[in-house]
Design a protein around this ligand. Structure first.
Ligand SMILES: C[S@@+](CC[C@H](N)C(=O)[O-])C[C@H]1O[C@@H](n2cnc3c(N)ncnc32)[C@H](O)[C@@H]1O
Length: 245
């Protein structure tokens, strides 16, 4: 793949990895800057203009981006996009915004969305923290989903975990009143951290009470990461919160 500024895949990588703010913050991911495969490059060339949102760092007009006014679901760190595709095909009345930094996953989902003729999905290939801070208005989201965020097992890496107190406050701000926050993890230690942070967050209510979890809801399919975790003997915890006044 060439590195010309006109290449949409390269533009997406540059956008995800540049900026002063970006270099200062401890990030929840490490970007492996491998080259795009031919199939991924084709996906970006053919489908990014339809489904992609280039990070601009300014408030986004999502009504214009989707061409309609509808409740909006955000999935953070969608990986290969299995859950996002599944939900978008079954919940046509709501729009789906996906954010992921890993280019191969974005490319794979672009191909799947094209094949499905999806209309209700738009994707960022960028750090979700920056997208939330700068492009999504407060109270704009009906639902936020975070499935199997990187667990960063080692204690010295826990500071990289996505779900922390500051991030929880950001999520609360972006949810509408009565909106939902749904997380899943197969790592008990991370579930404990999620409870510590989210049960204590102002503006959130665990729908089944403190340190409670729910069975996998029917809008979340079992993903590759979950299947792998189960093979390793891990449990799975689905945590469901509601934004309260
Ligand atoms: C363990 S994977 C899980 C993927 C998917 N949710 C699933 O269940 O299969 C976590 C994903 O989150 C993405 N990620 C981590 N931090 C992110 C951030 N700040 N913004 C966007 N994506 C992020 C990673 O690139 C990775 O693909």
């Amino acid at each position: 793949m060439t590195d010309t500024p006109d290449n949409p895949a390269q533009r997406a990588v540059t956008a995800a990895t540049s900026g002063d703010e970006h270099t200062r913050r401890i990030r929840s991911f490490v970007l492996r800057q491998g080259r795009f495969s031919a199939a991924q490059q084709r996906a970006f060339e053919q489908a990014w203009s339809r489904y992609g949102l280039d990070y601009a760092g300014t408030p986004r007009d999502f009504d214009a981006a989707f061409g309609r006014l509808a409740p909006r679901i955000l999935e953070i760190g969608f990986g290969n996009g299995e859950a996002l595709l599944y939900s978008s095909q079954r919940d046509l009345a709501r729009d789906h915004i996906g954010i992921e930094v890993h280019a191969p996953g974005v490319g794979r989902l672009l191909n799947a969305l094209t094949a499905a003729h999806a209309d209700n999905v738009r994707l960022y290939r960028h750090d979700a923290v920056e997208v939330l801070e700068h492009e999504i208005a407060d109270g704009a989201l009906d639902e936020i989903r975070i499935y199997f965020p990187d667990p960063w097992h080692k204690k010295r890496h826990h500071k990289r975990r996505l779900v922390n107190t500051a991030f929880a406050a950001l999520l609360v701000r972006k949810l509408r009143r009565g909106g939902q926050l749904h997380l899943a993890t197969d790592w008990q230690d991370y579930a404990e951290q999620m409870w510590d942070v989210l049960d204590a967050a102002d503006g959130l209510r665990n729908v089944v009470g403190p340190r409670g979890h729910v069975p996998r809801p029917d809008w979340r399919p079992q993903t590759h990461f979950e299947t792998r975790g189960q093979k390793l003997g891990h449990g799975v915890w689905d945590l469901l919160y509601e934004r309260r006044d």
